[in-house]
Design a protein. Structure first.
Lengths: 151, 144
């Protein structure tokens, strides 16, 4: 059935909020799954915050680092969407002090040494720029709008 | 040849551009033996990674290669960022020029780059080098 015109603006707003929430949920899960995993700190310290905020790198890893562990990931919780101007904004970040190294933004991660949980070099940028991020956002937007009856 | 042609599409112009500098700056790509880097005054690392490589449709899926290209310039540490910036500018100019010709296939590849992220700068510990780094998304199609 066709929507009354007065409902469309409200529904677009609702769909925008839901698309943002679904995107943030899926993105942080996929980042956690794709993350290098040694003792579990890095993969488990991804967080999702409301709005455009800084995620400080304040958590130190275990010292000395233990042997590589089997993957055991607790997915980050996603807060309710928060409207900023015309958009619903989330910030996804990692809280580990060594996050830039773990994300291969600076050299130093010894990927080859971790045979149990090997993650290829450049995993973060490949995820972000290789189409995966866009795929998640497209799927989330489709789901959110279709749930409200848009075709 | 699809993947190799696409890799070549992005890597070859960069290798040529750095080779044309005076003095020429050596470029190393993925899975290429790297000499003792402390003996090199300057060098460049290219890392090309594929992300999504097909696009499914109702009937079938077609090739559409997307990925990331990371360029790391290693120059002398302790002399400011100028040299690193000059060298990374060579990559930025070379890659930006690709977008101006994306309508024409080169070796059966049509490709373009996305936004350039960086350059960012790092004074590395334990090496004599200063790192200047940029990355960009790419998308390409093999047309043969």
């Amino acid at each position: 059935m066709a929507k009354p015109f007065k409902d469309i603006f409200r529904d677009v707003l609702l769909a925008g909020a839901e698309a943002s929430r679904l995107s943030a949920t899926q993105l942080v899960r996929e980042l956690q799954d794709a993350s290098p995993y040694w003792d579990g700190y890095f993969a488990n310290e991804w967080v999702v915050r409301q709005g455009a905020v800084d995620v400080p790198a304040v958590i130190k890893g275990a010292e000395p680092s233990p042997e590589p562990q089997a993957r055991d990931i607790t997915y980050a919780t996603v807060p309710e969407p928060k409207r900023e101007g015309n958009a619903f904004v989330y910030t996804i970040g990692n809280q580990m002090e060594y996050r830039a190294t773990a994300m291969d933004l600076v050299p130093g991660r010894n990927a080859e040494g971790n045979k149990r949980n090997y993650v290829p070099k450049g995993w973060f940028e490949t995820y972000n720029q290789g189409g995966e991020q866009l795929r998640v956002m497209q799927q989330a937007t489709n789901r959110a709008f279709r749930a409200l009856g848009f075709r | 040849m699809t993947l190799q042609a696409i890799r070549r599409f992005y890597e070859a112009p960069l290798i040529t551009a750095y080779g044309a500098l005076t003095p020429a700056v050596p470029v190393y790509v993925d899975n290429q033996p790297l000499p003792d880097t402390t003996s090199l005054s300057e060098y460049v690392l290219l890392r090309l990674s594929f992300g999504l490589t097909t696009e499914p449709t109702i009937a079938n899926s077609y090739d559409w290669h997307r990925g990331s290209l990371v360029i790391e310039v290693y120059s002398a540490k302790g002399v400011g960022p100028g040299r690193g910036q000059t060298l990374i500018q060579t990559a930025i100019n070379t890659l930006t020029a690709m977008n101006a010709t994306q309508g024409a296939a080169v070796n059966s590849v049509r490709g373009s780059i996305g936004s350039i992220v960086g350059p960012s700068f790092f004074a590395l510990e334990g090496t004599p080098h200063y790192l200047t780094r940029m990355s960009t998304a790419f998308q390409a199609r093999y047309t043969a």
